[in-house]
Design a protein around this ligand. Sequence first.
Ligand SMILES: *Cc1c(COP(=O)(O)O)cnc(C)c1O
Length: 393
Amino acid sequence: MKNYHADSNGYYGPFGGAFIPDELKENIDRLARSYVAILESPKFKTEFAALLKDYAGRPSPLYFAPRLSAKYGARIYLKREELNHTGSHKINNALGQILLAKEMGCTHIIAETGAGQHGVATATVCAMLGLKCTIYMGAVDVERQALNVARMKMLGAAVESVTTGGATLKDAVDVALSYWISHPDAYYLLGSAVGPHPFPDLVARLQAVISEEIRTQLHEQEGREQPDCVIACIGGGSNAAGAFYHFLDDERVRLIQVEAGGHGTEGHEHAASITCGQEGILHGSRSMVLFDEKGEVREPYSISAGLDYPGIGPLHAYLALTGRSTVLTATDRQALEAARELSQLEGIIPAIESAHALAALPQLTFRPDEVVVVNVSGRGDKDMPTYLREFGL
Ligand SMILES: *Cc1c(COP(=O)(O)O)cnc(C)c1O
């Protein structure tokens, strides 16, 4: 049987590792040496569980969606990550890493953000603990996610608008990493299952609470712990890693990853790193990356700021390589239609990122008794300007 967990050097098959400049080596090595022991200590477990429950509002419900189920002919459940404090799954990781940063004695927290959900989650946990917080965000995203920028400022964080490159998530990560190289005492609170080892495994472990709860909740509602199918969108891969985590080794569970197809994968305006990318190194790890003809990282495109990234976490590249997962894409249009459908069939307005996962439903075939879990990673408030514009509301 294959092993879908990182080895001690952070490799998932050929993917992962830590390709970092010397200036960061000491910091990252220290994190890599200590994170498992800290995460598994009784003190961390108690504090993390208490914050997830009383601060984030977990467990998030697992909702059987009757009208969506009738439409697609399966037993469809929605994992309601959009109901978490701050509106997405990002708070799970932010709470866990802020406890880790505190344990390691760091007082200045830096982070990148795309849709702004990770920036808001990080600003939130920094406010909660009284820590200095700087958020790097591409100028394009600052514009299209104005509500989240205002939230970060309200929470007392400094928001640095990044104008280099395409001025989106990749560029924000570049600038955050270079700040970290010159200020290695800061703690870089990475928001997805990407970056150098140990971040992909660290983030996956902190998000694993999603599938841990799915097991318990399905046991209560269906009399068995494992679904037949789990569907999640992938930007860097953190919500998918969390939703898949406890089912990775259970081959009975179909894992579906949905990438942002933008204007379509025939052209170059998309963010489908697995479907259209090649092996390469981006932001400290080896994975699937979108390159242009000159071998430079290509500007990705997606209507969704949270999926607009030219790489993907190494776990996800490996799941695709081994055939453990099925990789689909959803175009902007398909995601928009899926967002409208969920809103009007179930009364839940999803984030445009999560709508990509929902857009997998019409692309798949199900047995009538098949138990399907779709991870609704976030809520759509931040995307209302997009929905207003696209639907002419
Ligand atoms: C950030 C974000 C994503 C994409 O990031 P992953 O790390 O792939 O989960 C998806 N959905 C929402 C709501 C987000 O905020």
